[in-house]
Design a protein around this ligand. Structure first.
Ligand SMILES: [Zn+2]
Length: 441
């Protein structure tokens, strides 16, 4: 078997058509050429973004495809808006990351496009795929014209476009092509999925494979900007931390049995709390005799917890050292290394902000610092894809990664956890939540 390709990104709608270089800049340093043929994504999962075409076959390609395209487009608008316009933040002394700090026009990594450039590219991907899709539906075996994405970026002057306009155009373009997929899905003739189109290199797409290819392309680009989405989300909490704390001050009584169970199974135990936020859950855990290490990735929450007299740490579970500190139970002493000694990891409504492809690593890192038999409690929103919230608990834009139970259980199992149960809970605004209780193997 040949080596798995390790491409940096899907290059464009027709990677092998034009033989052009990769996603290039309009004026800055040219990016490394990307001449790989991306049609392999039709056969196996993408090693980068995790998109698995087998979950989007013809049977699933109808409404799901259109819905996924529209949801992805909504995410781009939210990201562009959040990075362009200042949020209606209630500023406070603890806020340290200004909203909008990630300028969508700026390349944070010189070898990659800016958010704006990616968004303009995604807009044009939707437009190109719509043309091809319509041709396949209306004509017999049409041959696609070449589309050179570098030329499109240059001629379209992506880097100088207005982000808000691009956001609107992207949504319109996604909606237009999604409407065609909707029409295909609604057609009484199922063979319409098998209608073909031919690329200039001679390879053949069907409507079904074109749809999967199209969806991967945009999903992959959303993956490309995942770090910006994470930074925007932290900035949202940072700007509106007091509002968030006020809105989430009361613990849902439905949580009491779970808290009681955890306290009974790990009496007096040491808890690593991820995403302590306003500190509500830590108090409830301590009231049941547990000891809690409070952490959050948002500086304002850490500042608020400290102001309230608690020890609290700025900690990113993806990157930072999670092991207990010296002096903590299981922490280092002069004699030896620090052990994995937490009895409980508590992660309520926080891991849903971790990018999908990063969560396995986060789960494994949490397992590493938990003693065998120790518990993990995590709650995440249930659903497909990603979702941006610009209302609700706070108004500033936050990115949520939605999960389905099978994928979540598989991920945790692979990371060293034995999932004991997955409960369901309906939260505010009828949001479905998954509540996971797992045990360290
Ligand atoms: Zn991908």
């Amino acid at each position: 078997m040949s080596a798995q390709p390790a491409p940096r990104r899907p290059s464009d709608a027709d990677p092998s058509d034009a033989g052009r270089s990769g996603a290039g800049p309009t004026e800055a340093d040219p990016l490394e050429p990307d001449t790989k043929d991306w049609t392999w994504v039709l056969d196996r999962a993408c090693p980068d973004c995790g998109f698995d075409p087998r979950e989007h076959g013809p049977a699933a390609a109808g409404p799901d495809l259109a819905t996924a395209l529209r949801a992805d487009a909504a995410g781009w608008t939210a990201l562009l808006r959040a990075t362009t316009d200042p949020a209606p933040a209630t500023r406070h002394p603890g806020a340290s990351i200004p909203q909008g700090v990630v300028d969508p026009r700026v390349r944070t990594d010189p070898s990659r496009w800016s958010v704006l450039e990616y968004a303009a590219h995604v807009r044009d991907v939707h437009r190109v795929f719509r043309e091809r899709l319509v041709a396949m539906v209306e004509e017999t075996g049409p041959r696609f014209a070449d589309w050179d994405q570098d030329a499109a970026a240059r001629e379209g002057d992506y880097a100088r476009l207005d982000p808000r306009t691009v956001g609107e155009e992207l949504v319109a373009a996604a909606d237009a092509v999604a409407a065609v997929y909707d029409t295909v899905a609604a057609s009484p003739d199922p063979t319409v999925w098998e209608r073909t189109g031919v690329r200039s290199n001679g390879s053949r797409f069907t409507v079904a494979t074109l749809g999967v290819y199209h969806l991967h392309d945009v999903v992959h680009h959303t993956w490309d900007v995942r770090d910006v989405a994470a930074a925007v989300t932290v900035a949202a909490y940072d700007a509106q931390a007091p509002d968030y704390r006020a809105a989430t001050d009361r613990l849902d009584e439905a949580f009491a049995p779970l808290l009681d169970e955890v306290a009974a199974r790990a009496p007096g135990g040491q808890v690593l709390e991820i995403g302590s936020g306003g500190g509500r859950d830590a108090l409830a855990l301590e009231a049941r005799g547990l000891r809690v290490r409070r952490t959050d990735v948002t500086p304002a929450f850490v500042a608020m917890l400290r102001a309230a007299g608690h020890a609290a740490e700025l900690l990113d579970p993806l990157l930072d050292d999670l092991r207990p500190h010296p002096g903590e139970p299981g922490g280092a002493d002069a004699a030896g290394p620090r052990a994995a000694a937490y009895d409980v990891v508590w992660a309520n409504a926080c891991l849903l902000h971790v990018a999908r492809t990063d969560l396995p690593r986060v789960a494994a890192r949490l397992a590493e610092v938990t003693r065998p038999g120790g518990l993990l409690v995590a709650t995440l929103k249930e659903g497909e894809g990603e979702q941006w919230s610009v209302h609700g608990t706070i108004e500033a834009a936050r990115r949520f990664v939605l999960w389905r139970e099978p994928a979540l259980v598989a991920l945790l199992t692979g990371a060293g956890w034995q999932v004991e149960r997955v409960g369901r809970r309906t939260g505010a605004r009828d949001t479905p939540w998954l509540e996971v209780l797992a045990r360290r193997r």
